[in-house]
Design a protein around this ligand. Structure first.
Ligand SMILES: *Cc1c(COP(=O)(O)O)cnc(C)c1O
Length: 455
């Protein structure tokens, strides 16, 4: 490597460090002037390339201030984690390795590391021995991957090979899903040819969770999709009773636990997902509550054979002599980055108790938001059982004005929603760096902005 490459990477590290150091103090929203100036990037592709140091300076000056401080401690929109320092450092090193993590014999280091991380995760979630895991881009693809295995298994039991023959003429599959399932689950089902709307929707309770008595009689190939962690309430479907009932009819049970699965690692919150290991497949995100950089999701399938049957490929030029786990046998992708490296780094840097403490701290911070907002006279719509809070500042207009004022204020950032017919603001606490002081500052800003909006 020549001196100018070394200087370039040092410069990039310095700029990244400066950005991170600025996160706690800067406004959370993008700087409006920087957003307005983004048009300076709209150049035709030049005939001759720009030196990389100039390009990096342009990137930092034009784009850094136009970012949302999602990685910082007071971003409470959607369900977004930050990146633990150990994960970012591991990510930088792994980017230098640039390993195409498809085949064990070619990339033994990162392939092995991913197996270690999967073992730790199976242990943390108490998943059955032999459960297969896969590193994918996020919970959307984790749902897709796990449901592809489900589709394989329920049709294989009727003697149908969906991989060979597709769904043309196949026995119909009954798919059941809660009224408040995440929209990406519907998308995954659509991608798999199971239909976004050709579904049996199951009624939910006031927390948006499927009612324990909601299951109709099940017959034939059946997939039941449950949820651990409703994006509004944080609540989970009654996993134990629904798994038991569905299994009596031979159904496959899948759990979308993009953030809610992590409740299992906290002794204080594990009861919320009681029965989790009874399911047949699980999807979760690492880029949300585990606080690794984007993008990173995880799929788990009890029947490893069903996952491999739906995902594996073979070709003469792909080496297979190894009896080691082949990463590409479990993912939709062949070529991909070594996204298990950051998962490994997050788990090892936190340890079992550090991870439980992160989950519990964020949940306590969510309860503090709810208590503070209620004390100020505002209506919290959900029972705060995890890290999500849904609050109304009055009627829809007042609530939307309060949210707009809060977003412009910049102390923190929260988004709007409509839940169970009410216009409301969502607060999601899942960043490792959020302090109790951040919560107090943000709470004060919420109350101030709501009052300004006439609440
Ligand atoms: C975030 C989320 C998803 C989608 O995850 P992506 O990582 O954005 O693909 C799916 N289900 C639930 C419950 C979620 O919270």
């Amino acid at each position: 490597m020549n001196d100018s490459t070394s200087a370039l990477l040092q410069d990039a590290a310095q700029r990244a460090i400066r950005y991170l150091q600025g996160l706690p103090a800067r406004a959370v929203r993008p700087d409006p002037a920087a957003v307005a100036a983004l048009s300076r990037l709209d150049l035709p592709l030049p005939q001759n390339g720009l030196p990389a140091d100039q390009l990096l300076a342009l990137l930092d000056e034009a784009v850094s201030p136009a970012t949302m401080a999602m990685a910082g401690p007071r971003f409470f929109g959607f369900v977004i984690g930050g990146a633990l320092p150990a994960t970012m450092a591991a990510n930088w090193l792994a980017t230098a390795w640039d390993q195409n993590t498809a085949l064990y014999p070619v990339t033994p280091g990162v392939s092995h590391l991913e197996q270690v991380a999967l073992d730790w995760l199976r242990d943390l979630f108490a998943l059955p021995a032999g459960t297969a895991g896969a590193f994918v881009t996020g919970a959307t693809l984790a749902n897709f991957t796990a449901l592809a295995a489900a589709r394989h298994a329920v049709l294989a039991r009727t003697g149908w090979s969906v991989e060979a023959d597709g769904l043309f003429g196949a026995p119909p599959i009954q798919v059941l899903i809660g009224e408040e399932a995440h929209p990406t689950l519907l998308k995954s089902l659509g991608l798999l040819g199971l239909g976004r709307t050709r579904l049996t929707r199951l009624p939910v309770d006031a927390q948006g969770c499927i009612r324990a008595d909601a299951l109709p009689p099940l017959r034939g190939p059946t997939i039941l999709c449950l949820q651990a962690g409703n994006i509004h309430s944080g609540g989970s479907d009654p996993l134990r009773s629904l798994c038991n009932a569905a299994h009596q009819a031979g159904a496959w049970v899948h759990v979308d636990g993009a953030f809610g699965l992590w409740a299992a690692v906290s002794p204080r919150h594990a009861a919320l997902v009681d029965g989790l290991p009874l399911a047949d497949s699980w999807a979760t995100d690492a880029h949300k509550w585990l606080n690794v950089p984007y993008d990173s999701g995880l799929a788990f399938v009890r029947d490893a054979h069903a996952l491999a049957a739906s995902m594996s490929i073979s070709a003469e030029y792909l080496p297979r002599e190894s009896d080691q786990r082949m990463p590409a046998d479990y993912t939709p992708e062949l070529s991909r980055r070594a996204r298990g490296v950051e998962v490994w780094a997050a788990l090892l840097s936190l340890g079992r108790s550090g991870l439980a403490e992160l989950i519990e701290r964020n949940c306590a911070q969510a309860r503090r938001f709810a208590d503070g907002l209620r004390a100020a006279g505002f209506e919290v719509l959900n029972e705060v059982v995890l890290n999500q809070v849904v609050v109304c500042f009055g009627n829809a207009d007042t609530t939307l004005r309060a949210i707009a004022s809060l977003q412009a204020d910049g102390t923190c950032w929260c988004g709007s929603t409509v839940w169970r017919g009410r216009t409301a603001m969502r607060i999601s606490v899942c960043n490792w760096s959020t302090t109790d002081e951040d919560v107090e500052r943000s709470l004060a800003a919420m109350i101030r902005c709501a009052r300004q909006a006439g609440a």
